[in-house]
Write a protein that binds this ligand. Structure first.
Ligand SMILES: [Fe+2]
Length: 112
């Protein structure tokens, strides 16, 4: 994995964000590798092991995403805008009113 350029004068916060992003990249790559191998294998017991491992990598990736969300305010805003919605993503990106979230919204839209 290439972790990209690292500036020499980064703050501790920026370094930690870089560490989390690099780790997230590695977890996503692992998900992809496992997923491809699950798809390609013709051995059902190996498929099951690989699928289990792939799903563990999803847990790891999600934990990192949550750490990043808690750490980067703008990421928190974007995740609240897009995640757990059901409407067209391009509509949400254009700043239109998001549709009701799937059971996670606050339900305050019609309080008059
Ligand atoms: Fe992992």
């Amino acid at each position: 994995m290439s972790s990209g350029v690292i500036e020499t004068s980064l703050s501790n916060e920026a370094l930690n964000i870089h560490r989390a992003l690099a780790s997230l990249q590695e977890e996503l790559e692992a998900i992809d590798y496992y997923h491809q191998r699950v798809d390609a294998s013709d051995d059902e017991s190996l498929k099951a092991v690989l699928a289990h491992n792939r799903n563990d990598e999803m847990e790891h990736a999600t934990m990192l995403l949550e750490w990043l969300r808690r750490t980067i305010p703008e990421l928190d805003i974007q995740m609240r805008k897009f995640l757990f919605t059901s409407g067209a993503l391009t509509s949400l990106a254009d700043g239109n009113e998001p549709p009701a979230a799937n059971g996670s919204g606050l339900g305050l839209g019609n309080m008059k």
